[in-house]
Design a protein around this ligand. Structure first.
Ligand SMILES: O=C(O)C(=O)C[C@]1(C(=O)O)C=C[C@@H](O)C=C1
Length: 125
């Protein structure tokens, strides 16, 4: 999509390879893009950490999937999930994160894990 506004140009400038617009309109402070770029840099670091943490979690759950398949255990354990949800919701609350979001996020991950467990049990992974 073509960027026409100054705000859109500044937004593009914070992307890798982006260029700061040469003509800054009068009255527009360069402080905003600097602060935005700093915050986005932190967000990128946090996103990278999340990816690494998720990769570690999935390495663990892949092993759990193997274990469950060998012992013919069901892929899902709703009682365990209930405890995880309760714990995560409390942690989220303490941390200032929306517990509803925390639960949705955990459920999304667990659904993917169960899918992998089922594939392992079916000999597809
Ligand atoms: O702990 C287990 O039994 C798992 O299979 C792991 C896990 C999870 O991702 O945390 C996934 C599925 C289960 O329903 C409960 C938890």
């Amino acid at each position: 999509m073509a960027t026409t506004t100054y705000a859109a140009q500044v937004s593009d400038a914070t992307r890798p390879g982006g260029e700061i617009p040469t003509e800054i309109p009068p009255g527009i402070s360069t402080e905003i893009p600097t602060e935005l770029a700093r915050l986005r840099s932190s967000i990128d670091n946090i996103d990278a950490a999340l990816v690494h943490l998720l990769a570690e979690r999935f390495k663990c759950t892949q092993q759990v999937g193997q274990l469950k398949a060998e012992r013919h255990l069901p892929a899902a354990d709703p009682a365990r999930e209930e405890r995880q949800v309760a714990r995560l919701r409390a942690l989220a609350d303490e941390a200032g994160l929306d517990p509803v979001f925390a639960e949705k996020f955990l459920s999304f991950i667990i659904a993917e894990v169960i899918h992998h467990h089922e594939r392992i049990a079916a000999g597809e992974e």
